[in-house]
Structure formats: C-alpha cells, structure tokens
Design a protein around this ligand. Structure first.
Ligand code: 6R9
Length: 674
C-alpha cells in the first residue's frame, strides 16, 4: 500500500547505519546538541552560512522581522543568482568542469541514447550571456518582469532561466503536463509579456506538440507580446504568429559569441521566481521566492543534506516545473559547482531500466527521486535494477510525499545495497529548501524506514495539537515551523492576505509576537525526536507526488454542462500514493452512463492536465452536506477508504447525525458495487 496506514505500524525503533557511513555517523543526542546550538541565535548561525557565498554588497541585517509575517532575509545585501551559479563557479576554477549532462529521450535500435550533451560552466556562462543580451536589448526585458516558461527539460531552458535572472527578471515555470487552460490562468496572473516554449517534446517515444498548447493559452492572455520557441523535435508545420512568435535560434543569430552582460545587482529580497502551486481554493497560488535567503538556504542544504563533494554526479529525476526541479535540479547543483544530469523523458522508456542505465552510464553518486517512482519500479521487479552497476551511489533521497516503510526498504536494498544515506526529505514549494531530513554532510543519525528525521540546523519544527500544544511522542498533530528560515516564501503573488491567512493564522499569536508557520501537514514525532510526516491535513492531494487541490478539480468539473455539483477526495493508491475520485450530481436532463464518466475524466484532463484525471467518477443524487451547506468531504473520504463513520459524526453538526449515517451507507453501497 502506498500510503502510511497507521502510526502504530511505523518502525520507530528500527535503527540503521549503512556500513560505508559508519565513520560519518553521529549519535542522535550529538545531533540534537548541534541543532540546539544553532537555534540559540539563528541570525548569527545563518550569517555564517551566508558569508560563504559571494555578495556584491554585504547585508545590513540578517533577518528583518519588522513587518511579520513578511520576513526578509539579508536586507541591504546585493547579489545575483546567475552570477553565483556561473561566474562565481568559474572564478573558483570550475571553468572547464561539466555542469550539465543532458540526455534526450530518443534511443537507437540497441536502446542507447542518441543525444547526449555535456555543457561546462563556461559553456553555460557564454550561452547565458548571449541570451541575456538578446532578452534585454532585443526584447526589452525589464528588471522585475515575470517571464513564463512552458518547456521540456532541454539545455536551452537552463540557460534561458539563468539569463532571465541575470538581468533581474523573474520566471514562472509551468509544468509541461498542464493544460492550455491551466497555463493561461498562470500567464494571466503573472501578467507575463513573454512566454517561452518549444515546438514539441518527446514523451515515451511520442511527440507532444507544446507550441499548439501555448497558442491556445495565449489567445486568452492579452499581456503576451512575444512567444519564444525553441526547436526541439524539429516539427516543420509549426504555426508562427507574425510579430509575436520568434524562434529561439533567430533571436540569438545576430548576437556576438563573446558578448558579456553584467549581472544586475539585485537586492536580497527581490524576486527570483514565482511558482504556482495548489491550495484549498480553485485558484492556484503564485508562491514568490527571494534571491538572498533562497541562495543561502540552497547552498546550506546542498552541503548538509546531499553532502556534495566536487566529484559528485547528481541525478535528480524531478521536472523543472516543480519546486524540486527549481531548487535541486538547477540552482542548488550550480551554486555548489557540481555536475548534474537532466534526462528529458519518461523513466520507463524504452524499458523500465532507463534510470538505472543513466546511473550506470555516468556513475551517478547522488540520486534524488520520489516514492511514487520507487513504487512503480517495485512493480517492474528487481531484475531491471540488478542488470546495472549502481555501486557508485552513495546517497539516495526521496521527496514529494510520505514514503511507506516497504518502499523505503525496497530501494534501500535494491538501489542502495544497504549502503547509502537514504532519507525522506520533507519540504514544500513554500519552504523553498529542504527543512527536515537526515544531514549526512554534517553527520548521519541512524536511518529509519520512512522517517523524515529531524529539522536541519537553524530550523525549529514541532508537531502541535489543535490548541497549539506540543504533541507527545506517538501522537498525531500538525507540523509547524517555529522560526523563519532562509529560502522561505516572501508572499503569495498579488495576494498578501492569503499568505497571512494560509500560513500564519492557525497557530500564531501576533499580540505576543509569536509567529508560527503552519504547513498543512499531519505528522507525528517519535521518542527520539524524529518527525514522520503522514500526509496533508487540508483539501490538497498528492498524486504521484504532484500537488493538486480538490477545489481545482471540483471547479473544473462543475464547468461541464452535465455537472450540477461535484466533490473530489483522495483515494489511497498503491503506486501514486493518492488518486482523485469524484462524486458528481448531474443536472436535469443528464443521466449516468459509462460514456459520461469517460467524458468527465477527459474533461478534467483537458481543463487541468493528465495528472488531475479522476481515477473514478461516481454519480450520486445528492452530496452529503452539513446543515450550513458545506460538503462533508470527511464522510466521503471515510467511504472511499472503507473507514467506519465513527468520529466523523462528532466533527460535524450533531443534529444531522442520522442524515449523515444514511448518506454514508448510501455512498458505501455505491462504492462497493463498483
Ligand atoms: C517538495 C514538495 C509539499 C507537500 C508537503 C507534504 C508533501 C513533501 C515529503 C512530503 C512526506 C516527504 N511532502 N515531501 N510528505 N514526506 N519527504 O513536494 O513540494 O509540491 O509543494 O508539496 O508534499 O504533504 O506539504 P510541494
């Protein structure tokens, strides 16, 4: 089973120290002392990390708390992310070091990759400068504007992003699996003048025509003036709107090879990027990240969580469209001057050992992936893994959702040969950086299958009950962060109120100067102080590690002419962790049918993207509601997971108990029949 079913089944008392890590192992109490020491003065602590980076101008204040919860890090400081990722690395002697190894999806008849490109720090630097020049001089890109990217994982994207931030603009990357509708919404919110895309992309041997999706989206976006198109798959019939669309190669054709663009001096608290993520309403939130705090947080976590050394080869399987791609598949690896791999395509193309062949081919030492991927490979079986020499691996971490102990054990045995540091790293789009994990770069505390271990130094986390009291070991509560940290979000784009309400209202006590960040996750601590995140406490699903709000799904469904009302809940799934399941009330004149079910699934696919497609659609005559008219998702959820009604009635309007029971029984019969 994918999800974590019960707290009592968690292996709180299993302690594992991989043999090759014995000399880097530290006792739990020693690690706790390091953390306590760091928390005595977090400003002093983080300033020491920040001093290791290169600033154009040093900060005046480490942490500005004058307008909480709008915390600002390293105010007065000036820096540039593109400079740190490229120029600074070259200054440190990495000019000819390979930065990015890129492997395209297509293979030859032996299954070997046809396209591999290796770009050094100097290659990236040169290309970035040329693009920066073109963006600024030819397209008039201004400091502070937001460019939207809808692209496959190709090297041009890396340099375009680095060029964007070099000249002080910000990016909003939209995952290339999102629909035209979802893309349009994000372009409009960011008010982008420029959108970057490719003609198409490869996925499982097929070509997806990305530019067409952008064309459809841009129709609804009056702010868009230019669409830059990278030629990736070589389609010959791409529509190019005169005056609006420009090929990437044409944009660069007359830019001198050796042009140098001085990196813009950015303030620490300026915006590096916006990344949209799901919340509890139908409207995605534009999470805004700063430059200074983010750079410092990334630098620290690359060293502590990934223990990066100069000869490491990092393979992170996350797409750039998610925060894990931003932080640990671009900026993180570059800011510490490492070599990292971008693989363009599907993990099981042409066969379920594509990733293992990549690890073998390049001698990957650090692998970062998701529990969903691990469970998918468990299904394919161990033989695919055993065919390959994975002995170079020394660290294999996961992210995105809780990892069930069984999946952890599988990869620890089969990928790690029981000899790697293997941690489930907890963090969020909002946190920017990993906050809870083992930190082999500082010292490895014993591993436990499925745990997130303890907060990194300089960060204080806890598990609280509804009243804000710390939960004793073994008791489930809400995960909170009790100190500001570098890398934290600045705000929600154009919606500071929602920022305060969503993250800082549940447990903060402003009158006492107490600001507590609410994560919306359930968690439990064990007696060693290890944290085990159990899943979301709000109406947000994690489908194959991808965050998707039930409200977004519901709002997509009710836009279909046949749908009067809809409720969506998550159902545990053995591979994806969770999948959406929809309960739908039809309008007059429509009746349930397998065809309509299929149509509604496709509708959601088209409105949001393939990852949002409901696994099942149930047609009901009415949805269970409280007296105040709120849909009782908890009840529907209980039906779906086969849980007794039990404590649900106590949570809701007591006078409705009988009705609630009836609704529960009715839904249960429906679900059991299916
Ligand atoms: C990085 C990322 C954030 C949510 C978060 C939590 C879940 C992430 C986890 C984990 C258990 C882990 N989550 N990592 N749960 N163990 N190691 O995934 O960001 O897409 O914003 O999602 O993901 O529920 O609240 P994002």
């Amino acid at each position: 089973m994918g999800s974590i079913s019960s707290i009592s089944s968690l292996p709180f008392d299993e302690y594992i120290i991989p043999p090759s890590w014995r000399d880097r192992a530290i006792p739990i109490d020693d690690y706790k002392r390091i953390c306590e020491e760091s928390l005595r003065n977090i400003e002093e602590f983080w300033a020491k990390v920040a001093e290791q980076l290169k600033w154009f101008k040093k900060w005046d204040r480490v942490l500005d708390s004058s307008n909480p919860p709008f915390f600002k890090w390293f105010v007065g400081g000036e820096l540039n992310m593109s400079y740190l990722c490229l120029d600074w690395q070259i200054e440190q002697g990495r000019k000819n070091k390979v930065a990015l190894i890129w492997e395209g999806e297509p293979v030859d008849e032996r299954g070997e990759p046809i396209e591999v490109r290796k770009l050094t720090y100097y290659d990236l630097w040169r290309e970035t400068n040329r693009i920066a020049y073109a963006l600024r001089e030819k397209l008039g890109v201004k400091k502070g504007e937001i460019i939207t990217f809808y692209c496959p994982m190709i090297p041009e994207l890396a340099t375009l992003l680095l060029a964007t931030v070099r000249i002080g603009a910000a990016h909003s990357i939209v995952f290339s699996g999102f629909s035209a509708q979802a893309l349009a919404e994000r372009i409009k919110d960011a008010e982008s003048r420029i959108v970057v895309t490719a003609d198409g992309m490869y996925r499982r041997g097929r070509i997806l025509r990305l530019k067409e999706i952008v064309d459809e989206a841009v129709k609804q976006c009056p702010t868009v003036e230019k669409v830059i198109v990278i030629r990736r798959v070589g389609l010959t019939d791409v529509h190019m709107e005169p005056g609006r669309d420009i090929w990437y190669s044409d944009l660069l054709s007359d830019v001198p090879r050796n042009v140098y663009v001085e990196p813009e001096r950015m303030r620490s608290e300026d915006t590096l990027f916006v990344l949209y993520t799901s919340g509890t309403t139908g409207k995605p939130k534009g999470i805004v990240h700063d430059i200074g705090g983010y750079a410092v947080g990334l630098y620290a976590t690359m060293k502590w969580v990934f223990d990066v050394r100069d000869d490491d080869i990092i393979f992170n399987s996350a797409d750039i469209g998610w925060i894990t791609g931003h932080s640990y598949n671009l900026y993180g690896p570059l800011i510490v001057g490492s070599t990292f791999i971008w693989y363009e395509g599907a993990p099981d193309y042409p066969a379920p050992d594509r990733w293992w062949s990549i690890i073998e081919r390049y001698g990957v030492t650090i692998f970062y992936t998701s529990p969903t991927a691990v469970r998918m490979f468990m299904r394919y079986g161990e033989d695919w893994v055993r065919k390959h020499d994975l002995s170079t691996l020394r660290i294999v971490h996961t992210v995105g959702e809780p990892i069930n102990p069984e999946a952890w054990r599988w990869y620890f045995r089969n990928l790690c040969r029981e000899n790697c540091a293997a941690s489930s790293t907890w963090w969020m789009t909002e946190t920017g950086i990993i906050l809870i994990s083992h930190v082999p770069g500082i010292g490895l505390t014993p591993l436990k299958p499925g745990t997130n271990a303890m907060p990194i130094p300089g960060v204080e986390a806890d598990v609280l009950d509804e009243d804000g009291n710390s939960c004793p070991p073994g008791v489930k509560g809400y995960l909170v962060i009790k100190t500001p940290w570098p890398g934290m979000l600045l705000t929600i784009l154009k919606d500071p109120e929602r920022y305060v309400k969503t993250y800082w209202s549940k447990f903060s006590k402003p009158d006492q100067g107490l600001w507590i960040f609410y994560t919306s996750d359930y968690a439990v601590k064990d007696k060693d102080g290890y944290i085990w995140v159990l899943g979301r406490a709000d109406e947000v699903l994690k489908v194959a590690g991808h965050r998707i709000g039930t409200a977004e799904l519901e709002s997509a469904l009710i836009q279909h002419p046949a749908v009067a009302e809809a409720a969506v809940v998550g159902k545990p799934d053995p591979v994806k962790g969770e999948v959406p399941v929809a309960f739908v009330v039809l309008r007059e004149g429509y009746s349930p049918s397998p065809e309509l079910e299929k149509e509604l699934k496709e509708w959601v696919r088209k409105m949001i993207g393939p990852l949002a497609e409901p696994a099942e659609v149930y047609f009901v005559t009415k949805l269970p509601k409280t007296r105040s008219g709120k849909i009782m998702r908890r009840l529907i959820k209980a039906v779906i997971v086969g849980a007794p009604l039990g404590d649900i009635t106590t949570l809701e309007d007591a006078s409705a108990v009988e009705e609630v029971k009836k609704a529960y029984e009715e839904l249960r019969r429906l679900v059991e029949r299916k």
